[in-house]
Ligand binder design. Sequence first.
Ligand SMILES: O=C(O)c1ccccc1NCC(=O)[C@H](O)[C@H](O)COP(=O)(O)O
Length: 238
Amino acid sequence: MPAAAPDEPPPGDDPPNPALPRRGRRTTRIKICGLNDEASVDAVAAGRADYAGFVFFPPSPRVVSAEYAADLAARLPAGIHRVGLFVAPSQAHVAAVLRAVHLDVLQLYSAAGPADRWRAWFGAEIWTAHGIARADDLPDDADGADALVIEAKPPPDATRPGGNALRFDWTLLPGWRAPAPWLLAGGLTPENVADGIVASGARGVDVSSGVETAPGVKDPGRIAAFITRARAAFAAGQ
Ligand SMILES: O=C(O)c1ccccc1NCC(=O)[C@H](O)[C@H](O)COP(=O)(O)O
């Protein structure tokens, strides 16, 4: 097999994307999702997480209006990227949100059409979410997405496709040949995030329920603890 060109990223490295700075294979990512109040956004800012997530799915207990998301996002320093979550969105819905608040990343669930089209429309990174129960649920093709959020498959009676505080078998992940950078999500907490990173080999983590006291009620102290422990676990695995 011919040697890779020196500037060619190794498999699993982030693809070039003009929307965000280029990231290396050893780059780590910490995302706190479902932010819906000032104190939790301030905890994300103080802890310097990499990504702050806002949910634009009305049935969610974490939903925010585009206008309130803009107010909250204005509290974030430069360098903390803003992620918007959408479920089966229309182009018009995403466009309306983006008129009110700048988003660096669109995290899409059940979106119609290829990731390339959403990226071309909105100039944001596109992440797709994947529910996992068994090894063969793990995607072998990113279908053009910039990154994959790998979380537990929701139960049949779930009212939302993610953010259900559910874990899956993390040991499925070391044997998986990931087609794109990915984040471990679902059921993570400050107490288990280090174990999740070690068991899965993840270089990115994403949490919502595990830093709450009740669905939709974020706890700034748990946000701070999650960021600290995830960062320490990534550093220990360098
Ligand atoms: O959080 C929601 O309400 C939500 C609604 C619709 C789609 C996705 C949603 N959340 C996903 C996330 O917040 C994260 O990407 C992640 O999966 C968090 O999972 P968990 O820590 O188990 O809440």
